[in-house]
Design a protein around this ligand. Structure first.
Ligand code: HEM
Length: 415
């Protein structure tokens, strides 16, 4: 690792307090150590990039590879970056772990099948799913919005879009749940879930090859670029990344977003009015601001230096991991006026919540559709919505990759 001046006043990262509110620590880092070397809970040393301008540069820097094989300590740290035992497995050779030219080829192929038009056509289905989830708890007058709403919506939505038969969707929901629950716990649970998903996807893709439909998996298999098609492994890895890149992220965008609204009554009233008046523009702008203000992706942007380089004056050696802290960059006062204030009408809101550069979130149109539908429908159908717990008692699933609430108890009774 390259040297970094030691500062004993540096905040302690990755604690319970940090998961609850990482923003003071991020402010300190932006001010005092904008490219900061730290030891991750896994024991791996990495650089954290926290200022907006540096983050944007790093996300688009071709000298920073997404391929975990470029990690200098990869041989020793097997299991510490990514999913244990799966790093080199075919399922992990997906868009988020590869560089050009492979990335360019695969992204072009998937973009032919996963188009904004296909997502837009899917809007009625997302509305139906959202309404069904609310129907299930509306009468009760209370719910846990994470488990009963934010968790099932994205997994059922992406399963439908991909063409996973309805009778199999609960299995995928359970495996996905295992991945989230074990994400920061015993690694064996994740590996087991991934193994089941791998087996299932291989079998499903095989079935679709024999019987094409109108779904996204059929589209992926059929998509060709200069006569080139996805191989069977590439198709499975693509389905895997589509299933999971948009799962916990969307849960947290809905959960963190609703929570932020409930904690900011004026902004919530603003959003409520927009929903009641059918002001789609404000709803869309509001969802972008919720993503900037408390986005789901903290640090999940692994990159590895392919050569020695300098970032914001800091020397980074070849093979060292660089993690761009999107949530810190999106609160940078150099870029956003009053960054710690939630302002749904904020202008010039070019946040980095969906990343930047060639790996910019492929699923952003779907995520936006789901978040707008979920938050809009919730406020419209349950206008009395309010928090049913002391914020102090809420627990955050924190840390390195995503940040979101474990539960979000709410009620909407007038009593
Ligand atoms: C990439 C965020 C939802 C699919 C990314 C990246 C970010 C991100 C930050 C770039 C990571 C990097 O540069 O290292 C989010 C957020 C979401 C969301 C905040 C929800 C609120 C989705 C959904 C899907 C999806 C719903 C798909 C159905 C992908 C894929 C990539 C990606 C495939 C990799 C693109 C590439 O490497 O070329 N996302 N995402 N995401 N996202 Fe999303």
């Amino acid at each position: 690792m390259s040297e970094q001046p030691c500062d004993s006043s540096a905040p302690t990262l990755f604690t319970w307090e940090f998961a609850t509110d990482p923003y003071p620590a991020y402010a300190w880092l932006r001010d005092h150590a904008p490219v900061h070397r730290t030891t991750l809970p896994s024991g791996v040393d990495a650089w954290l990039v926290t200022r907006y301008a540096d983050a944007k540069k790093a996300l688009a820097d071709p000298r920073l590879s997404k391929n975990p094989q470029r990690h200098s300590a990869a041989a020793h740290a097997k299991g510490k970056v990514g999913i244990p035992g799966e790093r080199s497995a075919e399922l992990m050779t997906h868009l988020l772990n590869i560089d050009p030219p492979d990335h360019t080829r695969l992204r072009r192929l998937v973009s032919k099948a996963f188009t904004p038009g296909r997502v837009a056509e899917f809007a009625p289905r997302v509305r139906t799913l959202t309404d069904q989830l609310i129907d299930a708890f509306e009468e009760r007058g209370e719910a846990d919005l994470i488990h009963e709403f934010a968790f099932p919506l994205p997994i059922y939505a992406i399963c439908d879009l991909l063409g996973v038969p309805r009778e199999d969707q609960d299995d995928l929901r359970d495996w996905a749940g295992m991945m989230i629950r074990h994400g920061s716990g015993p690694r064996g649970g994740v590996a087991r879930a991934v193994k089941r998903i791998r087996g299932y996807l291989a079998e499903l893709i095989h079935r679709k090859r024999g019987d094409f439909g109108e779904d996204l998996i059929s589209g992926l298999i059929r998509a060709s670029d200069h006569g080139e098609h996805l191989t069977e492994n590439e198709a499975a890895a693509m389905c895997f990344v589509l299933l999971f890149a948009g799962f916990e992220t969307t849960i947290n965008l809905i959960g963190n977003g609703v929570y932020a609204l409930l904690r900011n009554p004026e902004q919530r009233a603003h959003m409520q009015r927009a929903v009641e008046e059918g002001d789609e523009r404000l709803l869309a702008a509001g969802v972008e601001e919720l993503l900037r203000y408390d986005g789901p992706v903290e640090i999940a942007t692994w990159r590895f230096a392919t050569e020695p380089l300098t970032l914001a004056g800091q020397r980074i050696a070849e093979g060292e991991p660089v993690l761009v802290v999107l949530a810190a960059a999106d609160r940078d006062p150099e870029r956003f006026a009053a960054p710690d204030v939630l302002d749904l009408t904020r202008r010039d809101n070019q946040h980095l919540g969906y990343g930047h550069g060639i790996h910019y979130c492929l699923g952003a149109p779907l995520a936006r559709l789901e978040a707008r539908t979920a938050i809009g429908t919730l406020l419209r159908r349950l206008p009395g919505l309010r928090l049913a717990a002391d914020p102090e008692d809420l627990r955050w699933r924190g840390g390195l990759i995503m940040r979101g609430l474990r539960t979000l108890p709410v009620t909407w009774n007038s009593t």
